[in-house]
Design a binder for this molecule. Structure first.
Ligand code: GLU
Length: 451
């Protein structure tokens, strides 16, 4: 069976790591099996959904390098499909009208809790006599509609979590249609998954109860719940095992992008987090080839920003020029990128090194008189002519010969004077980039002379 999967965010906020993990898993799984990946916007909640979030979701997915087939699908374009499915459920006696207000429901929940009962819906509306129901329908106050859940359990073999069972008696009959006629996610999602031919529903473990309920709805609509496979990824938790929900703002893809996280690092991280595969930089094709639900642990995965940052460094150090060209300072060359990439924690630091080789810097004063004298000699000994990556070596060999300096005594004052930094990319690579004149004035300035 060729998989057909969907990533179905609600445009009620920006994508965060939790959503992104589901998106990555769906995309890798589809790619691994030659399947199709759809982007569906679960946007029936008109009060909370915003067009700007929709645009942001598409942008963030593109940034991650995830492509979907065709145009994004919108639930709000399919309201007639949900209405038709709701009619079928009404005819089958599975969707029943309810008139309780929010306050009444809240009161009932509190009463049940006081009596030590689970705060689920008591099915009072289902117990109305036909006359009472007719009367209520005739009153003109529109009802909301609940789905009558089956007895017993919904059971399935989850591709990640193994055997799973949801006791339907322990769950409230879900509202599928609001009083204003709009469908809720639980329902719209089932209708879409069936009509769009979704073969695998891949999402977070927080949807386990939904899956139990949705399998019951699938059966009530006359389809086979087992025709669709379910894979639930265990939750992400913080380094201390705490829920990530409190920090989710800072864990939005936008915030991470702003912090300098590379998409390739985030994808590699999310593709393997919580699985037995090594977390290491890996190109997309390798992540695809190795993607397997069976490698995932059934317990929560720790999202560790330090681990992500270290992966980010490794990814950055190996990025080809073409991948960063647009984000480098204007004029930056491939030679520059190769010289500096191995020293960056974040791409944004490239700006500083660009100033070092092509702009102005203010180096710290050189305290030692001996070092200052040495730098004056070094300036005078700078070779003439074109510079390449061998220039530094011949120049410093000549300096050793003339002054007897080697090791740190030789390199440290040169580095400080030329770059203003204690550490950084190899001077042999930086020197030809900065050129003789810039090198000369910095050395002369540090030596205390006039540049
Ligand atoms: N809109 C739901 C969410 O963002 C979709 C869950 C699903 O994949 O069915 O949680």
């Amino acid at each position: 069976m060729t998989p057909r999967v969907r990533f179905a965010p609600s445009p009620t906020g920006y994508l965060h790591v939790g959503n992104a993990r589901a998106a990555v898993a769906n995309a890798l799984f589809a790619a691994r099996h030659g399947g199709t990946f759809l982007l569906r916007l679960d946007d029936t909640d008109t009060e909370r959904c915003r067009p700007e979030y929709e645009t942001a979701i598409a942008e963030d997915l593109r940034w991650l390098g995830i492509a979907w087939e065709g145009e994004p699908l919108h639930q709000r374009d399919r309201l007639d499909r949900y209405a038709e499915a709701a009619e079928r459920l009404k005819k089958a006696g599975r969707l029943y009208p309810c008139w309780e207000t929010e306050d009444e429901l809240k009161f009932k929940r509190e009463q049940r809790l006081k009596r030590g009962l689970a705060p689920i819906y008591d099915r009072a509306a289902l117990a109305l006599s036909p006359e009472q129901r007719e009367k209520a329908l005739a009153s003109g106050r529109p009802p909301h509609w609940r789905f009558r859940l089956s007895e017993g359990q919904a059971v399935w073999n989850d591709l990640v979590l193994g055997h799973r069972a949801v006791k339907l008696g322990a769950v409230s009959d879900p509202v599928l249609v609001r009083a204003d006629g709009t469908p809720l996610y639980t329902f719209a999602s089932v209708v879409d998954d069936l009509e769009m031919g979704i073969t695998h529903v891949i999402r977070g473990e927080d949807h386990i109860t939904n899956t139990g309920v949705q399998r019951d709805i699938i059966a009530a609509l006359g389809a086979k719940p087992d025709a669709m496979a379910f894979a639930h990824l265990p939750l992400l938790v913080g380094a201390e095992g705490e829920p990530l929900s409190k920090r989710i703002g800072s864990l939005s893809l936008r915030a991470m992008r702003g912090d300098g996280i590379e998409p390739a690092a985030l994808v590699a991280y999310l593709a393997r987090l919580g699985s037995s595969a090594d977390i290491a930089p890996a190109p997309w094709d390798e992540l695809v080839a190795g993607f397997d639900f069976r490698a995932f642990s059934r317990s929560a995965a720790r999202f560790d920003p330090a681990q992500l940052l270290s992966l980010n460094c490794k990814v950055l150090h190996a990025l080809p020029f073409e991948a960063v060209r647009e984000r480098l300072p204007e004029g930056a060359t491939e030679a520059f990128w190769h010289a500096v990439r191995g020293n960056l924690d974040m791409l944004s630091e490239a700006r500083h090194w660009w100033d070092v080789v092509s702009g102005n810097i203010i180096p710290p004063p050189i305290d030692e008189a001996g070092d200052r004298a040495f730098l004056a000699d070094a300036a005078a000994a700078l070779p003439a002519g074109a510079y390449d990556t061998t220039t530094f070596r011949s120049w410093t060999a000549a300096l050793t010969e003339a002054t007897g300096r080697k090791g740190r005594a030789l390199f440290h004052p040169l580095r400080l004077a030329l770059t203003g930094e204690e550490k950084g990319p190899e001077l042999k690579d930086l020197l030809p980039l900065m050129g003789r004149d810039r090198a000369y004035s910095r050395l002369a300035l540090a030596a205390g002379g006039v540049s």
